[in-house]
Design a protein around this ligand. Structure first.
Ligand code: OGA
Ligand code: NI
Length: 346
């Protein structure tokens, strides 16, 4: 991935002067009244039923991925204690004094580390700080970015990553089966943890008195294969766009929100939809989340599976390597990045 350049001041530090800097104010927000945004009737998928022969869970999965492009996953086998611990250690990290967090700051334009993405945006900055760590392949760990405090951070992130990998592998199998493909089809896209990457992105959204004039994360799709999102336990903020309408994603405290990422939309030849989503800010409360992002190895060619190319559904996307590069190149574009790898794009 093309790394972002120099970082800007953490968003968390901006309100010391009491005024939101101009560059963070959104001049054309589409909806100032968040209360009027309807709650999404988000599909709920039961992980424990995905491979049971007498359930229609696979059909539900396929329908969720081709309509909303996301769902809540329940009964995934991760304990609520682990999920709470992960959220808590994220909060603890962002609560540390600035000098301590800065020990883990992104360096020389690296993607990994503590900081924010605002340096690669031209305007309309995001009200978001992050801690970005590559968790797989394990030999590529850059341990200098892994916080030593809270004390359980490294060990707990290892454990959570290993469990997320299992869930990802199983979901990708189920997704293949739901399209009547060989079970291992998506696994070929992402599944080898010695080759393929997984990134962890802790998001911190500080409260802001001008909440309606800033945006936590601007409308975007994810560049991953899929995204496994652990939301804040109490504070809502994620919204998904469908048919030109924004919907609030409800909180189910121990569920995981799963999104299709652009690379799965490409591999499925557009059958699965990588949803446009954004994050809004709460005026009173900080919000935390953790996005786990499985990314195919850059050397691997990805493209629509040949079984999914038919006369009725011609090949929609080009075949390419390193989608991450396209993703970052067009980050500031008004169009979705995936549009730039469409066949017949002009
Ligand atoms: C992301 C993202 C949503 C959230 O990290 O790409 O969309 O709720 N996060 O923080
Ligand atoms: Ni996202």
């Amino acid at each position: 991935m093309a790394p972002p350049t120099a970082s800007l001041k953490p968003v968390q530090e901006l309100l010391e002067g009491g005024i939101v800097p101009e560059s963070y104010l959104q001049h054309h927000t589409d909806d100032h009244d968040q209360l009027s945004v309807p709650l999404m009737d988000i599909p709920i998928i039961d992980y424990s039923l995905l491979f049971s022969s007498n359930s229609d869970e696979l059909q539900k999965l396929r329908s969720a991925l081709s309509s909303w492009g996301c769902f809540q996953l329940v009964n995934h086998g991760m304990t609520s204690e682990l999920l709470d611990e992960v959220r808590e250690m994220g909060k603890e990290f962002f609560k540390l004094p600035l000098e301590q967090k800065e020990k883990y700051s992104s360096k020389d334009g690296s993607l990994e580390g503590y900081g924010n993405d605002n340096s690669i945006r031209q305007a309309n900055f995001n009200w978001n700080d992050k801690l970005h760590l590559q968790v797989y392949p394990q030999h590529k760990h850059q341990v200098l970015f892994w916080p030593q405090y809270p004390l359980n951070f490294r060990e707990t992130l290892h454990e959570y990553s290993a469990k997320t990998k299992l869930v990802t592998n199983t979901l990708l199998k189920a997704m293949s089966s739901s399209l009547k493909l060989d079970e291992n089809r998506f696994y070929e896209l992402w599944g080898d943890d010695k080759e393929d990457e997984m990134h962890a992105r802790f998001n911190f959204y500080p409260r802001c008195p001008n909440a309606s004039q800033v945006v936590g994360l601007k409308a975007h799709t994810d560049g991953s294969a899929i995204t496994i999102l652990l939301q804040d336990k109490d504070i809502e903020g994620l919204q998904v766009l469908k048919d030109n309408q924004w919907f609030r994603v409800p909180i189910i405290p121990h569920a995981l929100v799963i999104h299709v990422g652009d690379q799965l939309e490409i591999a499925s030849n557009g059958i699965f939809k990588s949803p446009i989503h954004k994050v809004v800010i709460n005026p009173q409360c900080d919000r935390i989340s953790l996005a786990m992002l499985p990314l195919p190895n850059k050397e691997k060619e990805i493209g629509p599976f040949k079984e999914l190319i038919t006369e009725d559904r011609p090949q929609l996307f080009k075949r390419l390597k390193d989608y991450g590069q396209v993703y970052f190149k067009y980050m500031a574009s008004e169009k979705r990045q995936i549009e730039f790898v469409k066949i017949n794009y002009d």
